[in-house]
Design a protein around this ligand. Structure first.
Ligand SMILES: [Zn+2]
Length: 443
């Protein structure tokens, strides 16, 4: 039975533990023992601090090609969206597979062992379906496999260009004819040990209430993850209230979407009633702080959501950066700027959102923790670098959340398989893959 001896490991509490022996069988953790002072001779030694795998609960893989290229003077979320649409109009399945594999491999280097790919670029130019109508979705699954991480393919229903508005030419690539056509297409996708098939309602902009109810019913019948972009921008709320007399959360609640399998992505501009509804239904809220600040979205009410009963997950969404430590600390630090208060979120709670909370939102309730029965994901952070110098055993989690970066991730075991060693992917030259696939996407 393979075994790992961790110099230090975080087992889910407020402190890291010393000398933790983790035994692995069949890709899962079989046993965990803390306080083992001497590594057994047969165990692989993991120096530094070992964490469970991070989950990136909200990703659009192709947005990675936008990084650095869409920072121009003057603009808004809506002008950024025009740039994103230009890229979306260019990709074909082959280019997208290469770009997604590189993006997912960058995630692996950052300690991310599962991604929630919110997938809406379904069809060919002009909206013509490929011979296999799930060709791009299948390519995304293949990309995650080649990068070595698990994927929840959250296939997004997208039907209209805005509330009561026709699709623009590029949006035709995103759209199915109606909710029945979405159900028929998604029904032919199959999950596996390392793949979950989930549903997404792109937004109340892109999906009318009756169709949202059909997607929610499909997910509910299967206990599949159901995600939706919710209240990312004030204009979305205004249009929704004007059309339906309800907020986006209200529309989704009436459509039967809310519940333990539902994840509200962003949840930035919420009314008090929205927070109460999301909390009462024990929904997950996936914050994407590095994207939300990049797109000038705003700061979501994370503290109020947690108080109301919601759980949190984190996503890198547009991949302005891919760094789960940065997402985690931004939840707390953005609230400090807005509230004038410090210490609303404990470091351990932020790490739980980045790990267990995210995996659960993707359909892996049995991942994101170092405990018997969990998927064997082990992410080791080196402690001998400059950023974490001065760490103490008592404040280890605070050092990690408030000062570590993805570059401090030294080793990754995903599902019992070693994927990253000494900070390098064992199978892919990730830098070269990124450079070539991004150049190819824009060619
Ligand atoms: Zn998104």
């Amino acid at each position: 039975m393979p075994a790992y001896w961790c110099e230090l490991a975080w087992l889910g509490g407020e402190r890291a533990e010393g000398g933790v022996l983790v035994e692995v069988e069949g890709g899962r953790i079989a046993a965990v023992e803390a306080g083992v002072a001497t590594p057994p001779p047969t165990a692989t030694r993991l120096d530094g601090l070992t964490l469970p795998g991070f989950a990136n609960a909200h990703s659009h893989a192709f947005h990675r090609a936008l990084r650095g290229r869409v920072q121009r003077a003057g603009g808004s979320f809506w002008t950024w969206r025009e740039d994103m649409y230009e890229l979306a109009g260019r990709l074909d399945p082959e280019a997208y597979l290469r770009l997604a594999r590189a993006t997912f491999a960058e995630m692996a280097l950052a300690g991310i062992t599962a991604v929630g790919e919110f997938h809406y670029l379904h069809h060919g130019p002009g909206g013509e379906p490929y011979a296999d109508p799930n060709e791009i979705g299948t390519a995304l699954i293949e990309a995650a496999r080649q990068a070595g991480i698990r994927i929840a393919l959250l296939d997004a229903c997208y039907l209209q260009g805005g509330i009561g508005e026709p699709l623009s030419p590029v949006q035709r690539r995103f759209a199915d004819a109606d909710a029945d056509a979405w159900v028929a297409r998604v029904g032919s996708l199959a999950g596996a040990d390392d793949v979950r098939i989930g549903a997404a309602i792109h937004s109340v902009r892109a999906v009318d209430p009756d169709s949202a109810a059909a997607v929610a019913a499909w997910a509910g019948e299967r206990s599949a993850p159901l995600h939706a972009h919710v209240s990312e921008q004030p204009a979305e709320n205004e249009a929704c209230v004007a059309a339906y007399g309800l907020t986006p959360t209200g529309v989704l609640e009436r459509a039967g979407a809310l519940g333990e399998h539902f994840t509200a992505v962003h949840a930035t501009h919420l009314e008090p009633g929205d927070i109460a509804a999301l909390g009462a239904a024990r929904c997950c809220c996936c914050l994407c702080p590095t994207t939300e600040r990049d797109l000038a979205d705003g700061i979501g009410p994370a503290t109020e959501l947690v108080r109301a009963g919601a759980s949190l997950a984190l996503g890198s969404d547009s991949h302005a950066v891919i760094d789960s430590f940065e997402e985690a600390r931004a939840v707390e630090l953005d609230e400090r700027l807005a509230s004038g208060e410090r210490g609303r979120h404990r470091a351990a709670a932020l790490l739980r959102a980045a790990t267990r909370g995210g995996h659960a939102a993707l359909g892996w309730a049995d991942a994101g923790a170092i405990e018997p029965g969990a998927v064997a994901d082990l992410v080791t952070v080196r402690l001998d670098g400059v950023r974490l110098a001065g760490w103490t055993a008592e404040t280890m989690l605070e050092s990690l959340v408030f000062a570590a970066t993805a570059a401090d991730v030294d080793g990754v075991v995903c599902g019992g398989r070693e994927l990253v060693r000494d900070g390098a992917h064992l199978e892919l030259d990730v830098g070269a893959e990124l450079r070539e696939s991004i150049a190819g996407a824009w060619a």
